[in-house]
Design a protein around this ligand. Structure first.
Ligand SMILES: [Zn+2]
Length: 103
């Protein structure tokens, strides 16, 4: 699943607020997955030159939305799950996107 286009390519995207993407896209290319100082994962994103065209905009790995294949297949929905660790506590944040007819 790809996010966007947003930012300068589409300032009217629903994710835009005060000229910034509320989902923090465009992400940065990273050579490995790390955890930031707040405990959130910064996923590996290869700069391999591959792009797809969405509308008039080319999107690369910086626009890929992470997903869990097993949850996607089981629930037939995109479920955005992030695990964050902070001060010894673990929290799982999730958003579920399903078709209205399947709810
Ligand atoms: Zn956005």
């Amino acid at each position: 699943m790809m996010h966007g286009p947003c930012g300068e390519a589409n300032i009217y995207s629903p994710c835009m607020h005060e000229k910034k993407c509320t989902k923090h896209f465009t992400k940065k290319f990273n050579t490995e997955t790390t955890i930031d100082e707040d405990g959130f994962p910064i996923y590996k994103r290869r700069d391999d030159g591959r792009q797809i065209k969405k509308g008039k905009t080319n999107l690369d790995n910086r626009f890929v939305v992470p997903y869990n294949r097993d949850l996607l297949v089981k629930f037939q929905a995109h479920i955005n799950v992030e695990c964050a660790t902070c001060l010894g506590q673990s929290n799982i944040y999730s958003n579920t996107f399903t078709k209205a007819s399947t709810m």
